[in-house]
Write a protein that binds this ligand. Structure first.
Ligand code: ATP
Ligand code: MG
Length: 419
């Protein structure tokens, strides 16, 4: 027997019944990003693989374990986009956006590819909404992007999200913290998972990001970064918190919050739902003052976040929040005899040009089967053309809810439906 195909492991189909959730998230996102003065950018689905090695960091899960890398027929090493920030920064540099008023405020909505272990809310292709504000270091911009994400969740009616907030310092204060962290971990290596042993050597900050159960007690006792911030970073953090208080956004100080990507400095944050713990962060972001320079530009500060649409939709469904119905045709055009087919086909076409959603029967089905189809589609009316209607240049218009029907000249069908 021929093989039946399935979507590749870790990918999903977003079926028509789910589209109202997606539409709602898109609509709220586009509108609120616009309210905050953010403009949409789209970058390619693939980039040179080295962009991510540079921009995300060699010693990250994304680059080491999760990236889809391939060579194209011309021999270029490419990667399917595993995150959105590095491509947007690449575009900022490539198109000379430093010449625009700063910060440049951008948002995006795009597919992301990661070879993750598939489970609820974790896929190998998912969709991210993200924003970046590039070119301004002031703490008000940190507060602005956090408020933007908060307002989108608020508009969607997502409940039970907690904003976790931390600062992970900058190149001035981080070395001292890493020393303290290494000192703390030095006699606990035996209790850690294999990955963490490697992190201890190569990327100690990432120790705090481990998801393994056995590492959690060690993480819980680690020194908090906030005790080690230099004056400039401490001041930045205090100003961010005061701006958040100005606009009534509550947060939880989480001194052990770090982010999975290398380029973050100072502010890091995550929105976590009550259910599901750290595996189910809905949105996360932070400041990346070192990234643009890393990509070959002049030293330029930036901050942004990304949020997974599948995880938002999962939470909307968990809350049983009502979203709109999928669209239905208003008119189903049916024919009683084969010689009425052309007339039916033309009527459907005319209705659509009048802005009325219409579906026409196809194939060789009986009128009864066509009417069942009209019901199944949830159509409001059936317009039926038989011998008599054909002769009179008319259609029988039946309101499916109550069966009320009348013969209407073809030219009047649209008007009657819209009455
Ligand atoms: P996690 O710790 O859950 O793996 P992450 O730190 O890798 O998340 P980010 O890189 O910050 O996640 O991505 C931003 C958002 O994208 C996440 O908060 C989440 O909502 C979503 N996301 C990340 N990875 C996946 C995935 N594999 N499937 C679905 N959504 C994802
Ligand atoms: Mg991840």
């Amino acid at each position: 027997m021929t093989k039946l195909y399935k979507a590749p492991r870790g990918t999903t189909d977003v079926l028509p019944d789910d589209q109202p959730y997606w539409d709602r998230v898109w609509e709220a996102s586009a509108r609120i990003c616009g309210l905050f003065g953010y403009r949409r950018i789209e970058t390619p689905v693939f980039e040179e693989a080295s962009l991510f090695a540079r921009g995300v960091g060699e010693v990250t899960d994304i680059v080491q374990k999760e990236m889809y890398v391939f060579q194209d027929r011309g021999g270029q090493q490419l990667a399917l986009r595993p995150e959105g920030t590095a491509p947007v920064c690449r575009a900022y540099l490539e198109h000379g956006m430093h010449n625009l008023p700063q910060p440049v405020r951008l948002w995006y909505w795009c597919p992301i590819f990661r070879y993750d272990r598939p489970q609820a809310g974790r896929y190998r292709q998912h969709t991210q909404l993200g924003c970046e504000a590039i070119g301004e270091a002031d703490a008000s911009v940190d507060a602005e992007v956090i408020e933007l994400l908060f307002r989108i969740y608020e508009e969607l009616g997502l409940q039970g999200l907690t904003l976790h907030l931390n600062s992970i310092g900058d190149p001035t204060c981080r070395p001292r913290y890493l020393e303290a962290l290494r000192g703390y971990y030095a006699d606990k290596l035996k209790r850690l998972c294999n990955d963490c042993e490697a992190r201890y050597q190569r990327n100690p900050l990432r120790l705090l990001d481990c998801k393994q159960d056995r590492c959690q007690p060690v993480i819980a006792g680690a020194p908090p970064f906030t005790d080690y911030l230099c004056d400039a970073c401490a001041d930045h953090f205090a100003r961010l918190r005061s701006y958040l208080e100005d606009v009534g956004i509550g947060y939880l100080l989480n001194p052990r919050l770090v982010r999975g990507l290398d380029y973050y400095t100072r502010t890091v944050f995550e929105f976590q739902p009550q259910e599901g713990g750290a595996q189910s962060t809905v949105g996360a972001g932070g400041r990346y003052d070192g990234l643009i320079e890393e990509l070959g530009g002049r030293s330029t500060p930036g901050i942004g976040w990304a949020t997974g649409i599948e995880r938002i939709v999962l939470n909307l469904k968990r809350q049983e929040l009502a979203v709109g119905e999928p669209p239905r045709p208003r008119v189903f055009v049916a024919f009683q005899t084969a010689d009425a087919r052309s007339q039916s086909f033309r009527l459907a076409s005319d209705l659509r040009r009048e802005g009325i959603a219409a579906v026409v029967a196809a194939g060789e089905r009986s009128l009864k089967a066509q009417m069942r189809h009209a019901d199944a589609l949830g159509a409001e009316y059936a317009a039926i053309i038989g011998k008599r209607e054909l002769a009179d240049g008319a259609a029988t218009l039946r309101r499916l809810a109550d069966g009320h029907q009348e013969m209407v000249p073809l030219a009047d069908v649209a008007g009657r439906v819209n009455q």
